[in-house]
Design a protein around this ligand. Structure first.
Ligand SMILES: Nc1ncnc2c1ncn2[C@@H]1O[C@H](COP(=O)(O)OP(=O)(O)OP(=O)(O)O)[C@@H](O)[C@H]1O
Ligand SMILES: [Mg+2]
Length: 172
């Protein structure tokens, strides 16, 4: 990580409300290339809200979010995904009636070039997914579904991945 470079992502004084419920007040953080940043906090502290706001699901009521040198606070989530961001959501969000391979391909839907190469990278990282590739995701164990959700994120060749509750259901 090179801190003399600009951060990959910065969040400056961001506040978010759900209607009248204030969920986040003046939150700031920076993430540099090559860095792993961990958010730790009590239930309801606002961790998921931070990730979903960065992705573009919620709009900040104040403050700014900058990704790759540009303000993204008014971007939609799909625009942010096309620019290299991906969220592995709490609860995984895999599609149970679709096969493992089809779930993975969804992660690359905005650019299906080299998808065989990307699939191979995921199957190398998570061999169990390779063995189960034609199986529907609903028949995977909880930890295998978490691997699938992370694999789907890798399929988008992201510059920046956010993982909500990354270790749930996974062996060390
Ligand atoms: N859709 C919503 N509508 C109203 N309030 C919400 C909504 N989603 C979250 N909140 C509230 O916003 C606050 C932050 O919630 P958030 O889900 O970001 O917490 P968290 O840190 O991810 O918690 P956990 O560790 O339980 O996952 C909480 O007080 C929560 O009740
Ligand atoms: Mg949460």
């Amino acid at each position: 990580m090179e801190k003399n470079k600009a951060p990959l992502l910065s969040m400056n004084d961001v506040s978010v409300s759900y209607g009248h419920v204030s969920a986040l007040k003046n939150a700031s953080l920076e993430v540099y290339e090559g860095e792993i940043v961990v958010l730790i906090g009590a239930n309801g502290a606002g961790k998921t809200t931070i990730l979903e706001t960065v992705l573009g699901i919620y709009k900040p009521s104040s403050g700014d979010i900058v990704f790759l040198g540009e303000s993204i606070k008014n971007n939609t989530a799909d625009k942010n995904v096309r620019r290299g961001m991906f969220l592995v959501p709490e609860g995984r969000g895999v599609f149970p009636s679709m096969t493992v391979t089809d779930n993975l391909l969804l992660g690359a839907h905005h650019d299906l070039r080299d998808s065989d190469k990307k699939l191979k990278l995921v199957y190398d990282a998570f061999p169990i997914l390779g063995q189960r590739k034609s199986q529907t995701a609903g028949t995977l164990s909880g930890g295998e579904r978490q691997m699938l959700a992370i694999g789907r994120a890798l399929m988008s060749s992201p510059k920046f991945i956010m993982i909500d509750e990354p270790s749930i259901g996974l062996a060390p």
